[in-house]
Design a binder for this molecule. Sequence first.
Ligand SMILES: Cc1cc2nc3c(=O)[nH]c(=O)nc-3n(C[C@H](O)[C@H](O)[C@H](O)COP(=O)(O)OP(=O)(O)OC[C@H]3O[C@@H](n4cnc5c(N)ncnc54)[C@H](O)[C@@H]3O)c2cc1C
Length: 528
Amino acid sequence: MPIGDRYKSTMAAENWDAVIIGSGISGLTTARLLADAGKRVLVLEKHFKFGGYTHTFKRNNYEWDVGIHYIGGNLHKPNSFLRRLFDYVSSGNLHWARMDDIYDRIVFPDKTYDFVSGKEAFIDKMINYFPQEEKVIHKYMDLVNQIVKKSLSYYTNKAIPGLLGSLTYPLMSKPFLEYAGRNTRDVLKELGCSIELMGVLTGQWGDYGLPPAQSSFGVQAMVARHYWEGGNYPVGGARMIAETVIPGIQSRGSKVVLSTGVEEILTHKGNAFGVRLENGDEIKAKMVISSAGIKNTFEVLLKDDRRGSNGTVTLDQVQPSSGYYCLHIGLDRSAADLGLNKANLWVYPDYDHDLNLKNYLDDNDQPYPVVFISFPSAKDPSWDKNHPNTSTIEVITVAEFSKHKKWENKEWKNRGDEYEALKESISQNLLDVLYQQTPEAKGHVDYYELSTPLTSRDLANYKEGELYGINHTPERFKQKWLKPQTPIKNLFLTGQDIVTAGVSAALMSGVITASSILKRNLMKQFVN
Ligand SMILES: Cc1cc2nc3c(=O)[nH]c(=O)nc-3n(C[C@H](O)[C@H](O)[C@H](O)COP(=O)(O)OP(=O)(O)OC[C@H]3O[C@@H](n4cnc5c(N)ncnc54)[C@H](O)[C@@H]3O)c2cc1C
């Protein structure tokens, strides 16, 4: 059976229990769980590829991921929660390759710091780098552990529908919000952290998109904890996720279709009853589930019942995350020949991430506040067989959507010389950073292509080309309405915006949403 189905107008006449907007990992997970519960589901994807931010694209003999560089969560252990969940949705067909012990390398002008897998090994490393701050390091690690434990009831509460969910909210959410409702910089300062140690401990801030003074300490804790046992990469690249999940949905009588954008969620008197497609077709369903992001769902897709009748959806309390540039690079030698490592590099001009970002936003001629360099082909054990004597690198940094507004109405791949010149100059800047950190790559770059916030807008449908949906501020975590149930009956949410960014978080959002709809705790079955 081919992966995915072609949209046909006759689909509109079929009976659907649920229409799901978007085929990212959250939409597909929700679809699989509902299909397993006997529901007939139609997943509608606007893009011409499945998988949302887990899709890949090819040029010449190269292929690049868009939104995955590594996933933690003990995926290498067959009995871990996350692995059991991935095995379930992919029917055991998705395989993982573990990265080396060093998964992230935090690079400052004067020194480089390695993040190593294993909590104790990580603590030893940090103490070795900062012997005077041993106590602070222990306090930080304990706090991270505590907060992640407290996050479990916070997220479980999201799955509890109706009045019961509201009644249990204070008890289940307050312990987590005590720290998730504060910014990372304040919490780390309170622990007595120096600016240098803070710079290192928050060296993965690009994984959630905000520097310490702006980010919730909840997301810092969850991301740091997520990688304590190291990083993993999907064998065959990110597209294997959708390719292994979709067949299980199809074999249960449900469908997943491409190039089928939803224009409107249809409602009547506060009830969702279907969707209108961009081609004008109307599809009726008993429920509609949107994984298209909060902003899209409430600001674009809901035309009548815009924000729900009772004013609980306070969109002004959440902001879109930043845009980004990604330079996708193809090289004419294998990763082994070039000596490329699996570890990601995080390159910073200074230890103070807040200042780095401010300086850059004030004046784009200042150094990039963060440059992330990833070596996907080195992480994928199947790469060399499928793409002999080649390798790939991705280099990512912050980008402002506003700087690209002037081309926002021009077509993808046809935005004119000025835009191409801007792209070329940014590409050269990013290549300079790459060559400083990885001189082995010099002379072997055979192809490169830069994506901008306009690319992400056009291919992932985030209005401002957002990297991670809505921003991970302390305020975001206090929004009670960021959960599957909406004020509109039979309209549900799923996806990164109701949890946090990250493939495993979005996967979890699918479980939370399906649990809320089916009124059953589906998480339990994955706990070992
Ligand atoms: C550059 C980058 C690097 C990242 N690196 C990592 C990483 O290393 N590890 C990690 O865990 N996470 C990473 N992430 C984050 C991770 O990819 C995302 O958090 C996750 O994939 C989001 O899944 P989702 O299902 O919530 O949303 P999405 O994947 O965005 O899926 C939403 C889908 O809805 C579709 N859609 C939107 N509007 C409509 C409409 N009107 N009609 C029909 N369909 C519509 C979109 O086309 C899209 O396919 C990265 C993200 C980016 C951008």
